[in-house]
Write a protein that binds this ligand. Structure first.
Ligand code: GDP
Length: 360
């Protein structure tokens, strides 16, 4: 499943953020068929294109793409040693496609910090150390097995080298994700190990007003976690925002000097980090954004709607969003030659408006 696991030390605001994610029940109303598990929170991907498209087609409702987050409780020092919560924690985190680390920056004498002081760098290092130790254990188990296979010529020496390169990165205390480029890691040889620190990371800094209003302080924190993406939000504010209607929420954001809610940012950055994009379908009933991976072909995109659409794929009628809006109607877009017929090999673009033709 395309979920992002939320991790963080105790008392950093994970539950507060997670409650905001699950109470964001506009979604539950829009997706009555989705089974929503108690530890999964969804946010919709903000997409101003949907309303414009819905106007052209007179659609009765809008269905944005969504991003799901899983609450992965239980990271503390020693989690990688598999004590108590440790094993369950590791299993949950393995299933997530990306990892969002909540890091406490807000200062509040009433909220105890597990290490006695607010120190984003140290928190991030504590979490990363646990993940790195878990990965080192995985690699130490794999190496003798792969060495043997290489000797028996069942596997390439390059695979073993890739694993040993990864081991070096971890031994010096870095995550795989942050070292892919700098250490030229051969990721295809590491895939089967399911390393935790090879997953894309997003850092969610839980901050107060002072940091929300300080680009300088945000730049420092960004620097700390680069090349991973960072977002800045106030978990308490987010929890309040989901209780308000749209206009009130916008007003409250403005009062806090923000253009976009933290949950919206989280959806956008998460979507990007997961390597996803959307294509659109539109008609009188609904205008909808569908989630696909960058590089997916037209039949794969059709399969997201229904597996029968992929199996019986014949062709796709495609017009880019911008062209359609400029033309003002499907009819006019066709007259202008902007509507293309694409086949099985077509690689989808973000913002393609599509109608599939298929055999059943
Ligand atoms: P968790 O242990 O990481 O799940 O943390 P919680 O979400 O339970 O938060 C711990 C405490 O910090 C609670 O009392 C929250 O109300 C408080 N808290 C969470 N986020 C913020 C924040 O942004 N600012 C302040 N001042 N307090 C917060």
């Amino acid at each position: 499943a395309l979920t992002i696991g939320i991790v963080g030390l105790p008392n950093v605001g994970k539950s507060t953020l997670f409650n905001a994610l699950t109470r964001n029940n506009v979604l539950a109303a829009n997706y009555p068929f989705a089974t929503i598990e108690p530890n999964v929170g969804m946010v919709s991907l903000p997409d101003p294109r949907l309303a414009k498209l819905a106007k052209v087609f007179g659609s009765a409702r809008l269905l944005p793409a969504t991003v799901s987050f899983v609450d992965i409780a239980g990271i503390v020092k020693g989690a990688s040693e598999g004590e108590g919560l440790g094993n369950k924690f590791l299993a949950n985190i393995r299933e997530a496609e990306a990892i969002a680390q909540v890091i406490r920056v807000f200062d509040d004498p009433d909220v105890v910090h597990v290490d006695g002081k607010v120190d984003p760098r140290s928190d991030m290092e504590t979490i990363n150390t646990e993940l790195i130790l878990a990965d080192l254990q995985t690699i130490e188990k794999a190496v003798p097995r792969v060495e043997k296979a290489v000797k028996l010529k069942q596997r390439e020496a390059a695979e073993l080298n890739a694993i040993k390169d990864a081991q070096k990165v971890l031994e010096r205390g870095d995550t795989i994700f942050a070292s892919i480029k700098s250490d030229k890691l051969e990721m295809e040889h590491l895939k089967e190990l399911g390393l935790l620190t090879a997953k894309p990371f997003i850092y969610v800094f839980n901050v107060d007003d002072a940091v929300l209003g300080s680009p300088e302080r945000q730049a420092e924190l960004r620097e700390l976690v680069a090349p991973a993406d960072a977002i800045f939000l106030d978990a308490k504010l987010e929890a309040d925002l989901v209780e308000l209607d749209e206009d009130e929420a916008r007003e409250m954001l403005e009062m806090n000097g923000q253009e976009e809610s933290g949950l919206d940012q989280l959806a956008r950055v998460g979507f990007h980090t997961l390597g996803l994009q959307t294509y659109l379908t539109a008609g009188p009933k609904e205008t909808r954004a569908w989630t696909i991976h960058r590089g997916d072909t037209a039949p794969m995109a059709a399969g997201v709607i229904h597996s029968d659409f992929q199996r019986g794929f014949i062709k796709a009628e495609v017009v880019h969003f911008e062209d359609l809006i400029e033309a003002g109607s499907m009819h006019e877009a066709k007259a202008r030659g902007k509507v293309r017929i694409e086949g099985k090999e077509y690689v989808m673009h973000d913002g393609d408006v599509v109608e599939f033709r298929f055999n059943v």
